[in-house]
Design a protein around this ligand. Structure first.
Ligand code: BTN
Length: 256
C-alpha cells in the first residue's frame, strides 16, 4: 500500500512548528495518521530544546500516528526513521555521486544525517499519551518531526551544517518529501512484520560513528568510550575505558 493511502497530508504556508501543530491536533481529538508539512516555521524545535532554523526553501514535516507498539521500541523507531531519510537520498544523485553515496551520506547516532560530515537533517521523536474516548483507554500518539536542509543551513551554531543545494545535489522539494515518506512507510511495515534485525544491519552499514570515540552523559557526568555496536533494542553500546560495556538509549553524542 502506498503511503498516500495511509496518511492524510496537511500543508501550511507558515506554522510556529509542525510538531506543535501535531500536538494541538491530537489534543483537539483529531485521530488517524497524518503528515503535517509547513513551508516555514517560526518556532521550529530541535533536540534538547534547541531552536530549529526554518526559513523558506527547506523541508519541515511531522508524521503523526497512533503508536500501537510498545513505547520501549522507540529507540528502534528512531533508527527506522533516520535510515529511511538516509535511503531516500540515493534517488537524487547522479552516477558519480551515487558511486560515492556511502562516503557522502552518513547517519550519526541516533538520528542526524550528515552530508560530507556536516549535518543537513535532524529528527525528533515525541509521544503524546491521550485518552481514546471510544476505547476508554490511554493511547500513545507518536510525533516524528523531520527537518531537512534542502537549500540553506544555519551557520551560527556550534556544529557544521550544510544543505543539499550547498553541496550541489540537484533535487525537487516534492520528490524529496515523497521519497522519504515512501521509504519510511516501507521500512515501518518491514519493522512491524519482521522486527528490527534487517533495519539494524542496514543502519550499522551506513553509520558515521560506529568504531569511533564518543562523549556522553552518564549519571550527570561527562564520560567517553568507544561506540561498539547497536544492540537489539536500538541502544548504543559503548565500551568504557575500563572495558565495561555501557548502553545509552538517547543522548547527544559528540564524536572526535
Ligand atoms: C534536531 O535537533 O536534530 C531535531 C530537529 C527536528 C526539526 C523538525 S522540523 C519539523 C518538526 N517541527 C519542529 O518544530 N521540529 C521538527
Amino acid at each position: 500500500m502506498s503511503w498516500l493511502n495511509k496518511y492524510s497530508i496537511i500543508f501550511f504556508d507558515v506554522l510556529d512548528s509542525t510538531d506543535l501543530e501535531a500536538k494541538r491536533m491530537i489534543k483537539r481529538g483529531v485521530r488517524g495518521n497524518h503528515v503535517i508539512v509547513s513551508a516555514v516555521q517560526t518556532r521550529g524545535k530541535g533536540r534538547n530544546g534547541n531552536f530549529w532554523h526554518s526559513p523558506d526553501g527547506n523541508l519541515y514535516f511531522s508524521i503523526v500516528f497512533d503508536h500501537k507498539n510498545n513505547l520501549s521500541n522507540l529507540s528502534q523507531l528512531s533508527l527506522v526513521t533516520s535510515l529511511s531519510c538516509h535511503e531516500a537520498m540515493q534517488y537524487f544523485l547522479n552516477d558519480k555521486e551515487l558511486s560515492l553515496f556511502p562516503k557522502l551520506f552518513k547517519i550519526k547516532w541516533p538520528n542526524d544525517l550528515l552530508l560530507n560530515d556536516k549535518k543537513f537533517c535532524g529528527i525528533l521523536l515525541q509521544t503524546l499519551p491521550c485518552m481514546d474516548v471510544h476505547e476508554d483507554k490511554i493511547i500513545n500518539y507518536l510525533i516524528i518531526g523531520v527537518g531537512m536542509n534542502l537549500t540553506n543551513s544555519p551557520k551560527n551554531i556550534n556544529y557544521l551544517t550544510t544543505s543539499l543545494k550547498e553541496e550541489g545535489i540537484e533535487h525537487k522539494y516534492n520528490d524529496v518529501f515523497n521519497k522519504i515518506m515512501e521509504r519510511f512507510n516501507e521500512n515501518y511495515k518491514l519493522w512491524q512484520a519482521e522486527g528490527f534485525s534487517d533495519i539494524r544491519s542496514r543502519w550499522i552499514q551506513n553509520t558515521y560513528n560506529v568504531g569511533k570515540k564518543v562523549f556522553f552523559d552518564m549519571k550527570g557526568k561527562k564520560n567517553s568510550g568507544l561506540f561498539k555496536d547497536i544492540d537489539e533494542d536500538g541502544q548504543m553500546v559503548i565500551e568504557l575505558e575500563s572495558g565495561v560495556l555501557h548502553k545509552v538509549t538517547s543522548c547527544d553524542v559528540q564524536v572526535v
